[in-house]
Design a binder for this molecule. Structure first.
Ligand code: UN1
Length: 513
C-alpha cells in the first residue's frame, strides 16, 4: 500500500498511528475499548480507534445540546457558509480522503474519489438550500388572518451509516441537517472507523476556524450497542440509519417505541429489465458496473438481470464475455476493476450464495471463488460470479452483499418482466433497457416499477445527489439527499396570525361571552 501513497494520505487526514497500539482521533467521544481497523486490501492493520462508552455518549449528547442552542440561532445562510467551507476542505482533501476510503473499505480509487465528489455535491446543494427551506402560505377562512407554515430544526440528528459508503452517506445527512439548524451525532460503521475520524477532523477544523462549538458535529464509535444508545434516547428526535433490513427493523422499532422519527435506507434487490429493444452495448456496461462495482456492495448494486427470451443468449454471452475482461486486485491500482469484499464474513456470505443457488436448481455460468496468493493475502478477494436462476429461489430473494449476478428469463410483454422485478421484498432501484417508448412509459407508470428509483437506459447504481434517494417496502421508505428530503430534518409549524380586533372562530363556531 505504501506504493500508492497511503501513508501520506493518512498523515494529511490526521489518522495515522504514531505506533501500532495507540489510538487515533482527538475529536471524538471515545475512551472505551479499541477497534482495530485493518484494510481488506492487504489485511494490514491501519490504526486503532477507541469506542464510545455510556459516559462518553452522555458527553457527546451534552456537547451537541449545548451547540444546538447557538447553532439554531444562526441564520440558515450563515450555516450554509460553514457547509460551503466544509465543501472547500473536501475539494482540497479529495485525493487523500478518496484514497483512505479505497484503502479502508476496499472500493476502487476511482469510486473512492467519486464518493468524496458526492460529499462535495451535497455540500453545494445544501449551500443553495440554506437560502430556501421554505414552507407554504395558505389562505385563511377568517377575515384579517394570515396563515403560513415554517420549518424549524429538530435538534440532535443521530446518523448511523454503513461501511460501503463510509463518508458520502454521512455527508448527505449531515450537510442537510446542518443547514436546517440541527446538530449531528454520527456513528460510522465499526468496519470503517478511520473514515469517520478523518471526516471529523475535517469538520472540526472548519468549526474551530469559525469559532463554533465542535458539538455541532459529534462522532461516536462502536458497534450496535452504541447505535442503541442513540435509538433509545429521547433527546435524539431523528435517527437516520443506513444498512441492512434486519438492522432497520430493530432501529425502527426502538425509535418508534419512543415516537421518534426514523429515516431508513436499507437493502435493495435491484434488477435491470433487458427488453427486445435494448441496446446491448449500453446494457453490458450498465449491468457489469452495477454488478461488480464496489464489489457488489452498493445498496443499488445490480443483483438481477431480467432478460427477454428473444435476447437471452445474446445478452448472456455479451455479459459473460465482459466478465472475462475484469481485473481483480488492489483497488488502489487503477488497472483493476474489482477490489476486495469488506471482510471474511462477507466472503462467507458470497460463498454461501453460490452454494445455495446451485442447491436450489440454479446453474453457475461464470465461476466464482476466493482468490489466493500474491496480492490476495487479505483473503477478501473474490471472483465476480453469474448464475442462471429463478426469481422464486430463496437466495435470489435475499440481498447478498457481493458480486453475484442472477440471470432470469421472461417471455411475452414487459408486464411479465415487471412482475418479476417487483416480486421481491425490497424496493430500492430498478432499470429498464429499451428504445421502445411504450415499454419505457409502462415501466415508469403506476403499474410499473415499485421502487424508489426507476431508470431508463441507465443501470441501477450511481444515482446523482439531486434526486431523493431511497426506496419502498423492505428498503425502509426513507428519502435522503436531494429534492425535498431536507424536510425530514425539520419540524413543521403552522402559524395563524390575526391582525384584527375581532376573534372569529374557525368553522364558524359561535362562542359569545
Ligand atoms: C449506498 O449504497 O448505500 O446510487 C449508496 C449510488 C450511490 C449511492 C449508494 N450514489 O449507487
Amino acid at each position: 500500500a505504501k506504493d500508492f501513497g497511503i501513508e501520506e494520505a493518512l498523515q494529511q487526514l490526521g489518522v495515522q498511528n504514531t505506533n501500532k497500539g495507540t489510538s487515533t482521533g482527538n475529536h471524538h467521544f471515545g475512551s472505551g475499548e479499541e477497534i482495530i481497523s485493518s484494510s481488506p486490501v492487504d489485511g494490514q492493520e491501519i490504526a486503532r480507534v477507541t469506542t464510545t462508552t455510556a459516559a462518553d455518549y452522555e458527553k457527546a449528547v451534552n456537547a451537541a445540546q449545548g451547540a444546538f442552542k447557538d447553532w439554531r440561532m444562526m441564520p440558515a445562510p450563515l450555516r450554509g457558509e460553514i457547509v460551503r467551507q466544509f465543501g472547500e476542505e473536501l475539494r482540497r482533501l479529495k485525493e487523500p480522503l478518496g484514497k483512505l476510503v479505497s484503502y479502508e473499505m476496499g472500493k476502487s480509487y476511482q469510486e473512492g474519489l467519486g464518493e468524496v465528489q458526492e460529499m462535495i455535491d451535497i455540500c453545494d446543494f445544501a449551500v443553495g438550500l440554506s437560502r430556501q427551506l421554505h414552507g407554504l402560505t395558505m389562505h385563511s377562512e377568517r377575515p384579517g388572518h394570515r396563515m403560513y407554515e415554517q420549518y424549524h430544526p429538530l435538534g440532535i440528528v443521530g446518523i448511523i451509516s454503513a461501511f460501503n459508503f463510509p463518508v458520502a452517506v454521512w455527508a448527505w445527512n449531515t450537510a442537510l441537517a446542518w443547514v436546517c439548524g440541527d446538530v449531528c451525532i454520527w456513528k460510522p460503521s465499526e468496519k470503517t472507523p478511520l473514515c469517520g475520524i478523518a471526516c471529523q477532523n475535517i469538520i472540526a477544523k472548519v468549526l474551530k476556524d469559525n469559532d463554533l462549538p465542535e458539538g455541532i458535529s459529534c462522532l461516536v464509535n462502536g458497534d450496535y450497542k452504541v447505535g442503541e444508545m442513540m435509538t433509545t434516547d429521547k433527546r435524539v428526535p431523528l435517527i437516520s440509519a443506513t444498512g441492512s433490513t434486519r438492522m432497520g427493523k430493530i432501529v425502527a422499532s426502538k425509535v418508534g417505541e419512543r415516537l421518534g422519527k426514523s429515516l431508513l435506507e436499507l437493502g435493495g434487490n435491484n434488477a435491470i429489465i433487458v427488453t427486445p429493444d435494448a441496446d446491448i452495448k449500453m446494457t453490458v456496461i450498465g449491468a457489469v458496473f452495477g454488478a461488480v462495482g464496489t464489489a457488489g456492495q452498493r445498496c443499488t448494486s445490480t443483483r438481477r438481470l431480467i432478460i427477454h427470451e428473444s435476447m437471452y443468449d445474446k445478452v448472456k454471452n455479451a455479459v459473460v464475455d465482459a466478465y472475462k475482461q475484469l481485473k481483480i486486485g488492489n483497488p488502489l491500482d487503477e488497472k483493476n476493476h474489482v477490489g476486495p469484499l469488506i471482510d471474511k464474513d462477507a466472503v462467507k456470505g458470497y460463498q454461501n450464495a453460490l452454494t445455495k443457488v446451485v442447491e436450489e436448481g440454479g446453474k453457475i455460468i461464470v465461476e466464482g471463488g476466493v482468490l489466493e496468493g500474491v496480492g490476495y493475502e487479505s483473503g477478501c478477494y473474490v471472483k465476480p460470479a453469474i448464475a442462471e436462476a429463478e426469481n422464486s429461489f430463496e437466495i435470489v430473494q435475499h440481498e447478498t452483499f457481493a458480486p453475484v449476478l442472477y440471470l432470469l428469463k421472461y417471455s411475452g410483454d414487459v408486464g411479465n418482466a415487471l412482475e418479476l422485478q417487483n416480486g421481491v421484498n425490497q424496493g430500492l432501484s430498478s432499470a429498464i433497457m429499451t428504445n421502445n417508448l411504450r415499454e419505457a412509459e409502462r415501466f415508469l407508470s403506476v403499474a410499473g416499477s415499485d421502487c424508489g428509483i426507476a431508470n431508463v437506459n441507465i443501470g441501477t447504481s450511481g444515482a446523482e445527489i439531486g434526486g431523493a434517494f431511497g426506496g419502498e417496502k423492505d428498503t425502509g421508505g426513507g428519502r435522503e439527499s436531494g429534492s425535498d428530503a431536507w424536510k425530514v430534518y425539520m419540524r413543521r409549524q403552522t402559524n395563524t396570525i390575526n391582525y384584527t380586533t375581532e376573534l372569529p372562530l374557525a368553522q364558524g363556531i359561535k362562542f359569545d361571552l
